[in-house]
Design a protein around this ligand. Structure first.
Ligand code: NAI
Ligand code: 15L
Length: 264
């Protein structure tokens, strides 16, 4: 593709994907509300808040694909979630509609289903069970994307990321881990498949202890190569195993179920 947009490019995942996804496009446009350093020859930098509709339209104009990582990435006061994940999502999809519907990878989250018990294996059509306002905002994002697909044919991959970190850092992540390499190959598969639609995709590596079933997306040709189990001994040594009654051992969303509703 000619130009790929990565939002949230200054964040944890954005910084990694800035390098890993460079192969996908001649030009990579990087956007965030904070500074992004010095651009490489193939990069364009845009500083904008997702809550600013006009700026978001300019950010999207001329892009052939979008990896949307920007916004509130954890539980917190509603104001930040509202700006980044509700108003920001609406602005992004309106901008996409106005600019030829470039395909979107939406970084959704396991916190859309965080209240399911860890014993339960989930298919993509399991009803939402969000574990906080952040999870609710990701449910909104998925529903918004679905509506833009039905109404306007806007294709979006709804990637419910588990825990995308360099390595699994605790016992829960032995089930939820998504390696950086597997996330990058997922994004590549989404942009290469001829017809995408608007599927829910579980963003997890091929973890022995995984909870989520991606059998419905065989047509995508995505084969995660990493497995959190290779880190099991290291996790066992570094982290105390939680008691069975602790949220992090009971719920798929882990300790997020214990979060209060934050006030400003
Ligand atoms: P992060 O918090 O490190 O990065 C998010 C970026 O979005 C930040 O650079 C921030 O400046 C930017 N941002 C926040 N609000 C904004 C606004 N109103 N306007 C413009 N930019 C704004 O998060 P991370 O870990 O890189 O996650 C990226 C995406 O993936 C997020 O949408 C998150 O919800 C999702 N995700 C990440 C997971 C993970 O394990 N890292 C797991 C599940 C979902
Ligand atoms: C998420 O949705 C967050 O963005 C990330 O920071 C982690 O908390 C992750 O979920 C997780 O559940 O491990």
């Amino acid at each position: 593709m000619k130009r790929l947009l990565i939002t949230g490019a200054a964040g944890q995942l954005g910084r990694v994907m800035r390098t890993k996804l460079a192969v996908l496009a001649g030009t990579v446009r990087l956007a965030d509300r904070v500074g992004l350093g010095t651009p490489a020859d193939h990069e364009e930098l845009v500083q904008c808040d997702l809550a600013d509709g006009e700026a978001v339209n300019a950010m999207v104009a001329g892009c052939d694909g979008i990896v949307h990582l920007g916004g509130a990435s954890t539980e917190g006061p509603f104001e930040g979630i509202l700006r980044g994940n509700i108003v920001g999502l609406y602005n992004l999809f309106e901008a996409a509609r106005a600019n030829g519907c470039p395909r979107i990878v939406f970084a959704s989250s396991n916190h859309t289903i965080g209240y399911y018990p860890q014993e339960q294996r989930l298919a993509a059509d399991a009803p939402f069970r969000p574990d906080g306002l952040y999870g609710v905002s990701k449910c909104f994002g998925e529903a918004l994307a679905r509506m833009y697909f039905e109404k306007f044919g806007q294709e979006t991959a709804l990637v419910r990321i588990g825990s995308c970190t360099p390595e699994p850092a605790n016992h829960r992540m032995l089930s939820t881990w998504l390696s950086h390499r597997d996330f990058a190959s997922l994004v590549e598969a989404v942009f290469h498949v001829p017809v995408l639609g608007c599927p829910v995709i579980w963003g997890a590596s091929a973890n022995d202890a995984g909870w989520w079933d991606n059998a419905h997306i065989g047509w995508l040709g995505w084969k995660p190569r990493d497995n959190a189990d290779h880190f099991r001994a290291r996790v066992a040594q570094a982290v105390t195993k939680p008691r069975p009654d602790e949220s992090t051992a009971r719920f798929q969303g882990g300790a997020y179920v214990d979060n209060p509703i934050f006030k400003e």
